[in-house]
Design a protein around this ligand. Structure first.
Ligand code: ADP
Ligand code: MG
Length: 306
């Protein structure tokens, strides 16, 4: 029986094999990345011959990705390295993978509770500015610029008031995205849903825990305040507690509402007795401390055909 060395010797000395082998080497050496790699390093003939398998692996892996063939780890791509006098293939994350990871990290800074998914795509750059909407837009852009410059100073938020569908929530989403890109976390809460959730939280004793996570948010955006079914409990024990904390800690807070601040005060009065109206006033003092009121008008962007 022939030993394996003998077989190999015969095989490799076969002119047909030699030809095929040379052709294969040639093909690998034709690859532009291989060429520029070889140009950039001084590699001897012996080293090159010994590294041929690596070069071949590199070209094979690279082309498989280019042709969309199935590969072991599509998030990584091959690169040639010159390591301890030999050529080797290393794998590094693809640009696409890095971008996706970065995008995921940005999105993870936005803590949204019952907010429409669309806000993920909202961007200042895509915000259609009309004269009626420019005021609110400028306020939020100015906030993001100033906040990013001096994140430890107090910056007053904005209370955006406007009709249904003018783009208030979209604008909050755009601000949250801009802040997330700069590395800051924000929390967006749809107030009507939140009030229902808090009521349910009484049953499982998680009210305080839920309030804490909202009140300490580095940047808080309360969407659609005034659209919740008001109760004295939600006003005083939930909103009151959250806004009191944010006022004392000077934490940036934003609001959107269909109500002006004065109308919101009426909404919070519930019944027109003196004590109620004092409580509503006290709550509104916190709102006014935290945010400037800006009107936003315009067409209802939710209407079909508009
Ligand atoms: P509001 O909160 O004032 O009721 P939304 O922010 O929900 O209004 O906006 C209504 C619809 O219009 C949403 O579908 C939103 O994505 C879209 N929209 C609002 N403003 C813009 C904008 N500037 N560019 C693109 N779409 C927008
Ligand atoms: Mg809205």
């Amino acid at each position: 029986m022939e030993n394996i060395g003998e077989v190999l010797r015969k095989w490799t000395s076969n002119p047909n094999f030699q030809k095929k082998y040379e052709e294969a080497i040639h093909k690998v050496l034709e690859d532009e990345d291989v060429r520029s790699f070889l140009d950039a390093h001084s590699i001897s003939e012996v080293q090159l011959r010994k590294s041929y398998a690596k070069l071949r692996e590199f070209v094979k892996e690279k082309n498989a990705r280019k042709q969309g063939l199935e590969v072991k780890n599509p998030d990584m791509e091959p690169v040639l390295v010159f390591h301890q006098q030999f050529i080797d293939v290393a794998y590094k994350p693809t640009q696409q993978y890095l971008l996706t990871q970065q995008e995921k990290q940005v999105q993870s800074r936005i803590h949204a509770f019952n907010m429409p998914k669309q806000i993920q795509q909202a961007a200042f750059e895509d915000f259609e500015i009309t004269t009626e909407r420019a005021g609110a837009f400028e306020k939020l852009v100015t906030f993001s610029n100033q906040f990013c410059q001096h994140p430890h100073q107090f910056h007053k938020g904005t209370y955006v008031v406007g009709n249904f569908g003018v783009g208030k929530t979209y604008l909050l989403g755009a601000l949250a995205n801009r802040l997330a890109q700069k590395g800051y976390h924000s929390t967006l809460v749809h107030v009507p849903s939140w009030s229902v959730e808090m009521k349910q939280a009484i049953a499982d004793n998680s009210v305080m825990e839920k309030i804490d996570s909202i009140k300490t948010a580095p940047i808080l955006m309360l969407d659609d305040i005034g659209a919740e079914t008001n109760t004295a409990w939600f006003r005083d024990e939930v909103l009151g507690v959250v806004l009191q904390h944010r006022m004392l800690q000077e934490l940036p807070t934003f609001f959107t509402s269909n109500f002006t601040m004065n109308e919101l005060e009426e909404h919070f009065e519930i019944t027109k007795n003196g004590e109620e109206s004092l409580k509503a006033k006290r709550l509104m003092e916190r709102v006014r401390f935290l945010a400037d009121e800006v009107k936003m008008h315009g067409e209802n962007r939710r209407m079909p055909g508009k």
